[in-house]
Design a protein around this ligand. Sequence first.
Ligand SMILES: [Zn+2]
Length: 191
Amino acid sequence: MHLKLLPEFCFSQKRLQRPAGIIIHYFSATHPDLRSIEDPYSLADCYKLFVDLNRPGDQKLCLPVDRYAKRGYGSAHFLIDRNGFEWQLVPKTQIAYHAGDSVLNGRKNCNSWTFGVELIGTIDSGFTEEQYDAVARRCATLSVEFAIKDWSFIAGHDHVTQHRQFPKTDPGPLFNWGKFFGKMRWYIAGA
Ligand SMILES: [Zn+2]
């Protein structure tokens, strides 16, 4: 894991209160309208896009300014590339902007009490074996460190989102939850 924190304006200065869950997402810089992207599946360009999401319109480097005039909010604690390499983008003590309007097991506003883990990919890319290993290892470590014993609190963005206007599709039907939880169990047993 490589510590590569986003600038402070990309995450909340409020602290995570007793982290009790993990939300899994996918992310990439594949949209054809993006500028100054060399490899849409690279950690570096995904990082660049995360920073861009949080910038005011006139300072954006990648997103089309006409459609993203206002600053948005986007970040997550961990970002895992197709080879399973991982960057930590947000300190574990702070709230990241990954889940938006959301509810999980009746608890609202997941950002304030969950970690966000992003896998580089798209709705139809699927995920590599290296990514399953890396995300399972990350979630195993977090679940031990923060005593997340009920794994129904580890869920996809598509499961928790309450957005009707912008429905979320990540990590989507190609994410194999059975395989993921199996690997998580294996990492915890070996810890
Ligand atoms: Zn998401």
